[in-house]
Design a binder for this molecule. Structure first.
Ligand code: ATP
Length: 234
């Protein structure tokens, strides 16, 4: 479904990603791991069109999307749930969800998608009229994922969904991730939390200073000594 070939990207003249290659098959859940500043967010920003690569290619469902705008990529089904949730705090939960489904492909299905999201997150149902800024961190993460689903995502990219959440909410959010995967959604899970990701992702990539240091099944990644050194920056 997704093929990233030797992607180079950064900010201004400062390169961050150095020829990163990665693949995701339809229905897979793949973890993207790495320490602080390894380049994880830069990579998913490049996939969602927020950062422009200077070399390499991104193929999605066989189409070259490297030069599509962020909006066009959402239309294609590549949807990012950003780090820190970034919900619109003054708007209600309902308005935030409806905005997620504003692209042309998703618009016609908004009522059905809304039912699906509220079935997945009953807590959001209870808070539909409430301003998003008044939700707890865990509830905002539910809203951010719900907003991504409203866009009718084919590939859902979750950036650090566990960040700042209590263990109870982390468990809840990851149970939702497992459920979405079981329903057939393709998921790229960006996380700093190594053990958590290894438990939920079938395959993982470990980024170290903008390079892929290790890749393989969760078991392979877990047992590769380079995984720990990537984290410790040795
Ligand atoms: P974290 O887990 O802390 O979010 P990360 O693996 O997602 O880390 P990135 O956020 O992709 O890492 O950052 C990679 C490098 O790019 C870092 O050196 C960072 O300082 C730099 N960087 C990130 N965003 C910008 C930006 N907007 N402008 C300039 N440099 C940036």
């Amino acid at each position: 479904m997704l093929e990233v070939e030797r992607l180079v990207a950064g900010y201004g003249t400062v390169p961050v990603l150095h020829e990163v290659s990665l693949t995701l098959k339809a229905g897979e859940i793949v973890g993207l791991l790495g320490a602080n500043n390894a380049g994880k967010t830069t990579l998913i920003n490049a996939l969602s069109g927020m950062v422009t690569p200077s070399a390499g290619r991104i193929l999605f469902d066989g189409e070259d999307v490297t030069h599509l705008s962020a909006k066009q990529r959402v239309e294609a089904g590549i949807v990012q749930v950003p780090e820190g949730r970034l919900v619109f705090p003054e708007m209600s939960v309902r308005e935030n969800l409806l905005l997620g489904g504003i692209n042309a492909r998703a618009r016609a299905q908004r009522p059905q998608q809304m039912d699906r999201v509220l079935d997945l997150f009953p807590r959001l149902q209870e808070r539909l009229g409430q301003a998003a800024g008044t939700l707890s961190g865990g509830e905002q993460q539910m809203l951010a994922i719900g907003r991504g689903l409203m866009a009718d995502a084919k590939l859902l990219m979750l950036d650090e969904p566990s960040l700042g959440l209590s263990p109870r909410f982390v468990q809840y959010i990851f149970a939702i991730v497992d459920r979405l995967h079981a329903e057939g959604l393709t998921i790229l899970l960006v996380e700093q939390n190594l053990n958590l990701t290894l438990r939920h992702a079938g395959r993982c990539y470990v980024l170290e200073r903008g390079h892929v240091a290790v890749e393989g099944t969760a078991d392979v990644v877990k047992n590769d000594p380079r995984t720990r050194s990537a984290y410790l920056g040795l």
